[in-house]
Design a protein around this ligand. Structure first.
Ligand code: DAH
Length: 367
């Protein structure tokens, strides 16, 4: 059919043009009738819209180009309609394709249904949610804070002055091109969730009871137990007359809730610039009951978190904005724990990178 010559137009009246285009349109319909294989569709495409031999081009040459200026618009409109009709036929033929196979019908009722697996919580998020829920039951609220921090919030206001050696324990990823700013305003990736303690206190007067889960960043080389991104849960409690026994009772209860009521806690003196006194908390090994096993390196105890009484100098920084944080009037405790480490322990995960791999074979084990 494609070889058929284009008939001459016998005039340029609208009626004559309608008749001529209708005849072509019938041709299109006839040749589109059997488009059930990719080859047939390709053949149709070449026959009608092929650049050199296509009939559309021939129609344009025979009718449009030689037409008097007064008729060009009428022919052009009809030509465009015809072209759209051909493209529509091609689209319809293409859309009956399914997964590379060609079907006469768009729906193949024998095709196996697609399986939609329900998602499940990532072990890290599961642990985070459990921890948060434990503190919520004790009346704590939940907060968040920015992951990009200023030097002031990440360090200075937490009593790490510039050049303080405690900064070296948190190898910091810095944002580029900050050198012209004063040190305290330079942007860095937060190395811990503790800066959110300061944001929280600046925004509300005491009392405060809050936990803050979140992502933190350190310039640590990745290995089985280190990842440059990991997660912490920060806690802060400020009121009048908060004591170290409140801290001990709160954390002891939280660990029993998380690991089971037979777990014991013990507190060792430690150092953090923003707490005084500071302590590291160990729990009796939940796997061997304290007898000693591989998980606790045969010591019976596992170190899990840091804590302490909020240092009066931290209240001093906050009091510049919220005078109610007068260390003579109030006191508080804070704690921080690594969520990844706790999740790894709970679920027997030996390589932290699995947490961030997105590997379904790993994740499906926790579904
Ligand atoms: N920010 C500390 C760290 O990243 C963890 C920490 C220790 C947080 C003691 C606290 C705390 O709130 O009281 O290593």
């Amino acid at each position: 059919m494609s070889e058929d010559a284009i008939p001459q137009l016998s005039g340029y009246s609208e009626a004559e043009l309608d008749r001529a285009f209708a005849a072509i349109s019938r041709e299109v319909a006839a040749s589109a009738a059997g488009l059930q294989t990719p080859e047939a569709v390709e053949q149709f495409r070449l026959q009608w819209v092929g650049r050199k031999q296509g009939r559309l081009k021939a129609i344009s040459d025979a009718w449009l180009k030689s037409a008097p200026a007064s008729a060009k618009k009428l022919i052009g409109q009809r030509f465009n309609t015809l072209k759209a009709e051909i493209e529509q036929r091609l689209d319809a033929a293409d859309s009956t394709k399914h997964d590379g196979a060609f079907h006469a019908d768009a729906i193949d009722i024998t095709f196996p249904g697609g399986r939609r697996n329900p998602g499940s919580e990532h072990p890290l998020i599961k642990t985070l949610n459990e921890l948060v829920a434990i503190f919520q039951r004790m009346g704590y609220s939940v907060g968040v804070g920015p992951e990009v921090e200023t030097d002031y919030y990440n360090f200075e206001s937490l009593n790490f002055p510039p050049g303080h050696p405690a900064r070296d324990t948190q190898d910091t990823l810095v944002v580029a091109n900050q050198d012209r700013k004063p040190l305290r305003d330079r942007l860095i990736m937060r190395t811990h969730t503790s800066p959110v303690q300061i944001h929280t206190m600046e925004q509300q007067p005491p009392p405060v009871r809050i936990v803050i889960p979140g992502k933190v960043h350190r310039n640590d080389a990745a290995d089985a137990t280190h990842s440059p991104i990991f997660h912490q849960l920060e806690g802060l409690c400020v009121d009048d007359n908060i004591t170290f026994s409140d801290l001990k009772g709160t954390l002891d209860h939280a660990m029993k809730e998380l690991f089971g009521s037979s777990v014991k806690t013990r507190f060792f003196p430690s150092f953090f610039p923003f707490t005084e006194p500071s302590a590291d908390v160990q729990i009796s090994c939940p796997f061997c009951g304290g007898k000693g096993c591989r998980k606790c390196k045969y010591s019976g105890w596992i170190e899990l978190l840091g804590c302490g009484m909020v240092d009066p100098s931290v209240f001093g920084f906050v009091a510049q904005k919220q005078p109610a944080y007068d260390p003579k009037m109030i006191s508080g405790f804070a704690f921080g724990m690594g969520i990844d480490r706790i999740a790894m322990m709970k679920y027997g995960i030996t390589d932290i990178s699995l947490m961030y791999s997105g590997d379904l074979r790993f994740l499906e084990q926790f579904a």
